[in-house]
Design a protein around this ligand. Structure first.
Ligand code: PAF
Length: 295
């Protein structure tokens, strides 16, 4: 596996692979790789001949007061993990490489942003101003650097996944977006680099997010048609954790990401929660198909 630190080197490797007739997959990550990321990598290895994993803690998707400075970084550990998986390239650019004009005193950058409108109005987007603009901008740049045919993302970041699908459709990126189901610990907690911030007591309570989205699924499958009823089921489950500070529990249409009031038979919805344990913010969600109306 090659470790590539510059856009030029990455593009050259992608061009060489394509000239040799290979198809290319990209797994974009923030690094500090865990089992959830490895599921994305394994999927990428089945999707294309040449697999690049990018490791880049992207400053533009973190808001003021968020954990950009503290976000776990383990470049050497990530390199060893990816080499063992038979990945072809690890692209780990510096911030200066990805945002070359960020420190230009006369005209500091970036000046060009990529933004998907409307889909960031609810869920995480309502609380993390500018977050998805940072994600769509860096993912566009990673696509130009790594030139993939296929890009693999976790469905755990459900809003990001829906936004990125719309990004490639609207901007005619010739990249297929593949979504991989959430990887969970044995007690249901979704794997996340942020889980390592939790103290033992918080860690014990954290599976409540999974219990909440499971309660939402059960309510929907059981024929609940009022979004309020589904939200109530999630809130009841979350109430079992004394230290859970709920940021949101919402049900939205899975394509428009706009809140729903009544669940329509056949509709695909997304039930999602975001919860703080102390300073640590965790998310979880489920995509669910509303069952046909009962006669
Ligand atoms: O999901 C993530 O880890 C990040 O948002 C991504 C897609 C790598 C962009 O920085």
């Amino acid at each position: 596996m090659e470790l590539l630190r510059t856009v030029d080197a990455m593009q050259a490797q992608a061009d060489t692979a394509r000239a040799a007739g290979q198809t290319l997959a990209l797994v974009p990550t923030l690094g500090a790789l865990h089992e959830g990321h490895l599921a994305l990598v394994r999927r990428a290895l089945t999707e294309a001949d040449h697999v690049t994993v990018s490791v880049f803690v992207n400053p533009t998707q973190f808001g003021p007061g968020e954990d950009y400075g503290d976000y776990p970084r383990d470049l050497e550990g990530d390199r060893e993990t990816l080499a063992a998986l038979d990945v072809d390239a690890m692209f780990a650019p510096s911030v200066e490489e990805m945002y070359p004009y960020a420190d230009d005193e006369a005209l500091s950058g970036p000046l060009a942003w990529v933004n998907v409108e409307r889909l960031d109005e609810h869920l995480c987007g309502a609380y993390r101003e500018g977050h998805f603009r940072g994600v769509t901008t860096v993912v566009s740049k990673l696509f130009h650097a790594c030139k993939p045919d296929v890009a693999v993302f976790g469905r755990k970041d459900a809003q990001q996944y829906v936004i990125l699908q719309r990004l490639v459709e609207d901007l005619l990126f010739d990249v297929d977006i593949v979504g991989v189901p959430t990887v969970r610990e044995s007690d249901g907690l979704a794997q996340s680099s942020r889980n390592e911030y939790l103290d033992p007591d918080e860690r014990e309570q954290a599976p409540v997010l999974y219990e909440a989205v499971t309660a939402a699924e059960e309510a929907i499958e059981g024929g609940e048609q009022a979004a309020e009823g589904v939200v109530g089921a999630m809130e009841n489950a979350l109430a079992a954790a004394p230290d859970a500070d709920v940021q949101y529990a919402e049900v939205v249409d899975a394509h428009t990401l706009q809140p729903v009031d009544r669940l329509v038979p056949g509709q695909e919805v997304l039930a999602a929660v975001a919860v703080f344990f102390g300073e640590t913010r965790l998310i979880d969600n489920t995509f669910a198909q509303v069952p046909p109306a009962q006669a």
